[in-house]
Ligand binder design. Structure first.
Ligand code: ZN
Length: 64
């Protein structure tokens, strides 16, 4: 069983979403940490509450 990073529930009981965070200097893309969430709701709540997304953006530009 895998516990949700956000709420601690069993992710298999829901509709799990897994986030893979690679180390910046990783040679192998699989060389990093995995975070499992029940669903997008837990992932969204986790990123909002823990500030993990603050200051992280890629070069996406919205349509004018
Ligand atoms: Zn959860």
């Amino acid at each position: 069983m895998t516990e949700c990073t956000y709420c601690g529930c069993e992710v298999e009981a829901h509709d799990p979403v897994v986030v893979f965070e690679s180390a910046p200097d990783a040679v192998d893309a699989r060389d990093g940490s995995e975070f499992a969430f029940c669903n997008w709701g837990c992932l969204s709540a986790y990123s909002t509450e823990s500030d993990v997304a603050t200051g992280t953006t890629c070069n996406w530009t919205p349509e004018p």
